[in-house]
Design a protein around this ligand. Sequence first.
Ligand code: SAH
Length: 398
Amino acid sequence: MRKFEVIAPCHFGLEAVLKREIDKLGYDITEVADGRVTFSGDEDALCRANLFLRTAERILIKIGSFHAETFEELFQGTKALPWEDYIPKDGKFWVAKAASIKSKLFSPSDIQSIMKKAMVERLKGVYHVNWFSEEGQIFPVRVFLMKDQVTVGLDTSGDSLHKRGYRRLVAQAPIAENLAAALIMLTPWNRERILVDPFCGSGTFPIEAAMMAAHMAPGMKRSFTAESWEHVAGKKLWQDAREEARELVDMSVKPDIQGYDIDDKMVNISRENARMAGVDRMIHFQRRELARLSHPKKYGFLITNPPYGERLHDREEMPALYREIGERFRNLDSWSMYLISAYENAEQYIGRKADKNRKIYNGMMKAYFYQYMGPRPPRLERFRDNGQESGKFQESAV
Ligand code: SAH
């Protein structure tokens, strides 16, 4: 089997969660940098990483890495890479994205065109042609420059992995699916505990949680660019990975997951998205405004992404809204609350400092993930929860 170095970019601040996921998939991590984790694996790692990782942004094959401070060095470094190992004579190839931090070369469009020229030069020599039809499979390249170190990757995913294929309709400011998944994984929530998102919008948190509860691989309902690269990973490997994903799915779980929103339209969108994801039977969506949030059971989790006053609501409404969040939370007995918000006075109006918070970049926007930890259920309740999972107890913990 051929060995690859695989690069998985992710949201800044969530590298540790992705690292844990890669570890669980069974691969050796070789490097963790800001916004990406590198690991080694064979051909089926490419298939499995695309299908199973919930928090990665995409999966790249690392083609190589070199130092460059001038365009000449960039050209020579790129030309020295073994492109013919991946790109066939009729392949279509281009540098889809160039990102540069603290480096002498910084213009993405110049980096992109110089690298393309270098790749053409290399392949001309190998294939003994002067011209490429580029009518075949596609090979999008991504490059990062960090302190003049150039890292070159070939994108196996295509559409960013946060696009699972279930979310056709979105709220005004939806949270990315892989970010939602990573935030849920940062909490102690598991499928035996209650999860409520009182600002569910298009349903991302409840749907991601339900998919985790059902052990549903996030990539099951989509395709990937590298699926047509037979010479890199054959069809059989993709089939095997998809088969593994299908076998893992457990549709018998009955998790207690709810999504509420003040807007009827959003509730309908959530339901439709959950149906597309195949988890509609595992989530209860309902129109309900925050002021009416209550729950008869103990030890649940609020995991949510409230309006933060920039795109959705006027800023004047924020103090009252966050005060209400604080009040509703205090009325829930023994619950935990986890919220991601870019609203800088969130804690002040909630009326309690978070036990922990974590800086997260949601795209370019700085946000915090505020964590209010409630008590763990006592042992009896945990025992009953576990029993419930195996179908012994129908009655849930009070
Ligand atoms: N995480 C969501 C986006 C949430 S946007 C997603 O991925 O799609 C915030 C949502 O809060 C909006 O859908 C809005 O309708 C809802 N909302 C605003 N004020 C509310 C209130 N007082 N009670 C309940 N929902 C409210």
